[in-house]
Design a protein around this ligand. Structure first.
Ligand code: PLP
Length: 394
């Protein structure tokens, strides 16, 4: 083989490197905090990095709230349900259009999920369907114990409307803000509106601790209770004494070190994700079959964790969501359909659902686009080329 051929093959391999949906980026400061955990010999759950990470987050979110660092966002949702007193046979309302981690903890508690549809403006829980669901469940003899509302893809749900309804019926809101760190509603950070709020630092989120999450609450005593349950529910005694079920949910001191390093570039990551959103906006502006999702309400600021579109099927032109996804896949670019609604999942299909199939409509058309913090210009060019070829734009 000639030198030229080898270079060409290497070149092709490099140009075709997979573009992932949502890669996080290291700040370079993580090592310093991990090193400190090793030097302190705090290689366990809890510890100085965990305390510092909680402080930095509290400072960033709202000084009046309390932050408990845990080993995942899912654990945080589970603990929130426990703290809300959700038990066997209780009903919990949950936004249907979400990731399964919002709903699974309801089943951990032996409780019953009641799924509610989305509205088209934010794609999140619909106030009308929510109120119908609450009234119907009450008329059937059970008032829901909690409402799980989600800021999907970083886009705030209709906070005022949802919380007004929740207050009217005196039902606490569990705010799943796993995808929305840095998003705001009327200038206030997402995650701080509910009785409990949840963030996730899974590898694909806007910042990562490899795996991790936090529970946000309104009092020191709820934080203490969360730590109690998260560290095996040890009663006050010299020996190991337990009167309640315990969990091993506390964040590792090493992971918290990664989180401290990541917090140093959170603002940059949000700017980068929003910049990618503008990049897609410019591309899709004049394409009839595409509805490009953007926040339209001035009260809402999105971190645009993932940029999303709806593809309106056009049989004559052979255009639909799946054909576009495959065009990206052929260029080694990862795109994914938006979350499949929970009430359509085999696991959850027998539970009650209230709505008008908006979530289903969105699921049939919705596609998540590569949105990782810091796509290179070359990667953006590759994405643009696929879209222009697909829609036959010269
Ligand atoms: C990621 C995610 C979670 C769960 O967080 P983990 O840290 O992965 O357990 C919960 N809800 C939503 C909407 C998410 O996207």
């Amino acid at each position: 083989m000639m030198m030229f051929d080898i270079l060409r093959i290497i070149g092709k391999l490099m140009t075709n490197k997979r573009i992932f949906l949502s890669l996080s980026k290291q700040s370079g400061f993580e090592q310093k905090y991990i090193q400190k955990a090793l030097e302190d010999n705090w290689i366990t759950s809890g510890g100085p990095n965990v305390n510092d990470f909680e402080k930095v987050l509290k400072n960033y979110l709202d000084d009046k709230i309390f932050v408990t660092a845990l080993n995942s966002g899912t654990s945080a949702i589970h603990l929130a349900l426990i703290l809300l007193g959700v038990g066997i046979g209780d009903e919990v309302i949950c936004q249907s259009l979400t990731f399964s981690a919002s709903a699974n903890p309801i089943l951990y508690q032996g409780a019953i999920p009641v799924f509610v549809d989305s509205e088209t403006e934010t794609w999140n829980i619909c106030p009308k369907s929510l109120e119908i669901a609450i009234q119907d469940r009450i008329s059937k003899g059970k008032k829901p114990k909690a409402i799980i509302a989600v800021h999907l893809y970083g886009n705030p749900y209709k906070v005022d409307e949802i919380h007004t309804i929740a207050k009217r019926y005196e039902i606490p809101v569990l705010e799943d803000s796993a995808e929305a760190l840095g998003s705001t509603y009327k200038g206030k950070k997402c995650g701080t509106f509910g009785t409990y709020g949840v963030l996730s630092f899974n590898g694909n989120k806007i910042i990562t601790t490899s795996s991790g999450g936090v529970l946000i609450s309104n009092s020191q005593s709820s934080k203490e209770k969360a730590i109690f349950y998260a560290t095996q529910s040890k009663d006050k005694a010299i020996h190991y004494e337990h009167s309640q079920i315990g969990y091993n949910y506390r964040m590792s001191n090493v992971c918290a070190g990664i989180g401290l390093g990541q917090m140093e570039i959170l603002k940059q990551n949000i700017i980068a994700r929003r910049e990618i959103n503008s990049f897609y906006e410019r591309i899709f502006k004049n394409i009839d079959e595409i509805h490009f999702f953007q926040v339209t309400n001035n009260d809402c600021f999105s971190n645009y964790w993932l940029s999303t579109i709806l593809v309106e099927p056009n049989e004559k032109k052979n255009i639909d969501r799946e054909s576009l996804r495959l065009a990206f896949e052929n260029a080694n670019i990862e795109c994914r359909p938006i979350w499949k609604p929970m009430h359509l999942q085999p696991l959850f299909s027998n539970y009650p659902y209230y709505g008008n199939n908006v979530a289903e409509y969105l699921f049939e058309r919705g596609l998540c686009l590569p949105s990782g913090s810091y796509l290179t210009n070359h990667e953006k060019d590759r994405i643009k080329e696929v879209i222009f070829n697909f829609f036959k734009i010269a």
